[in-house]
Design a protein around this ligand. Structure first.
Ligand code: SF4
Ligand code: SF4
Length: 339
């Protein structure tokens, strides 16, 4: 169904049910995160004043989930919001917006980040910097998700994001992808270093059931190594090309990202060279973010040259008619100064 029609029908449905508009966010309403260290959270947003990442369950054993406890914890938060009280962890978050929100219990935004091992060592990676993370805490997520599917708690339109550490080296990775597809999910977002090529990803891209996001961050093997700590620039570039070739229905299923890092790739020349390089590879969808640690240092006084970089790449993508998403920190900077 076309998106506009779907939105219109949703609106009619809300009006018929007498719903009112109020401030909330998609994660607060229908989100869930299976995080490292067996924490179940509402969201992973953390760059705003309230610091987000509300924990729904911290005693989860990795085998079975107490769904009633999770839902009741979530409803506590939702009820606060319905009474006009924004939870302290959400204060200042840009995800909050006035909208019609329904009153049903289901999940349609699911982030799997229950793994900390990776095949590279990005200097901006919070997981790599956290000594408390250990893959001994890893668990097979499929039985837990089965529990949620069996109870009809996952919407057929749900978006599953698979991230952190490196998704493609989860022991259950391929099985997980096929399990999701067999369960009727057609919106799977895979975040990967791009070092390991997976036929399963290419297959789902070709069927328009999944997208992959790879953060290249530069256009040269030398800078790549200084950011990632591995000599795998050519491998990743080659894998990006292979995934692009798999796009048969939708040419926006391979997304290449650029994370702006202080003193490493924070010039207009850097981002332009990255754009031209990726465009020559055939990339049609781009994403930009800012290093989380640097953002936290400068968020109250973002240097003009960072804003200029964002405006520049926004215009370049527009001129070239390609899609650009600003992710978390870049989005906050861009929206704030656009105000
Ligand atoms: S912190 Fe932001 S994203 Fe997370 S639940 Fe609150 S409003 Fe939503
Ligand atoms: S690819 Fe992702 S998980 Fe791996 S080190 Fe880089 S940021 Fe961390």
């Amino acid at each position: 169904m076309p998106k506009k029609l779907e939105k219109f029908l949703k609106l009619i449905n809300h009006l018929l049910k007498g719903h009112k508009k109020f401030l909330s966010c998609p994660w607060l309403e229908h989100g869930i995160i299976f995080d490292h260290a067996k924490h179940i959270r509402v969201c992973c947003e953390q760059s705003h004043e309230g610091k987000g990442r509300y924990i729904l369950d911290s005693s989860f054993n990795g085998l079975w989930i107490d769904i009633d406890k999770i839902i009741s914890e979530k409803n506590k938060q939702k009820n606060q919001v319905r009474q006009g009280v924004i939870p302290s962890c959400c204060q200042g978050c840009l995800f909050l917006k006035e909208d019609y929100w329904d009153n049903e219990n289901y999940f349609d935004n699911i982030l799997l980040t229950h793994w900390s091992n990776c095949n590279t060592r990005c200097i901006y990676c919070p997981a790599i910097r956290d000594n408390n993370l250990s893959d001994e805490n890893h668990y097979n997520i499929i039985p837990i998700l089965s529990q949620l599917f069996d109870k009809h708690l996952i919407s057929k339109n749900a978006r599953f994001s698979i991230a952190g550490g490196e998704s493609t080296i989860y022991p259950e990775f391929d099985k997980l992808l096929y399990f999701l597809v067999e369960s009727g999910i057609s919106n799977i977002n895979i975040n990967s270093s791009g070092i390991k090529y997976c036929d399963s990803i290419a297959e789902l891209i070709s069927k328009n059931l999944a997208e992959i996001v790879i953060s290249l961050d530069c256009s040269s093997a030398f800078i790549y190594k200084s950011i990632k700590g591995t000599d795998t620039f050519d491998v990743v570039v080659n894998n990006i090309k292979r995934y692009i070739q798999a796009q048969q229905i939708n040419e926006n299923r391979v997304i290449v990202k650029f994370i702006i890092l202080k003193g490493i790739n924070d010039g207009i020349k850097d981002i332009l060279e990255w754009f031209v390089f990726c465009k020559d590879l055939g990339v049609k969808k781009f994403a930009v973010d800012v290093d989380i640690a640097w953002y936290n240092e400068m968020k109250n006084d973002v240097p003009d040259y960072v804003k200029d970089m964002l405006v520049f790449i926004y215009k370049v993508c527009k001129l070239n008619s390609v899609h650009l998403d600003f992710y978390d920190r870049a989005d906050m900077i861009f929206k704030n100064f656009k105000k």
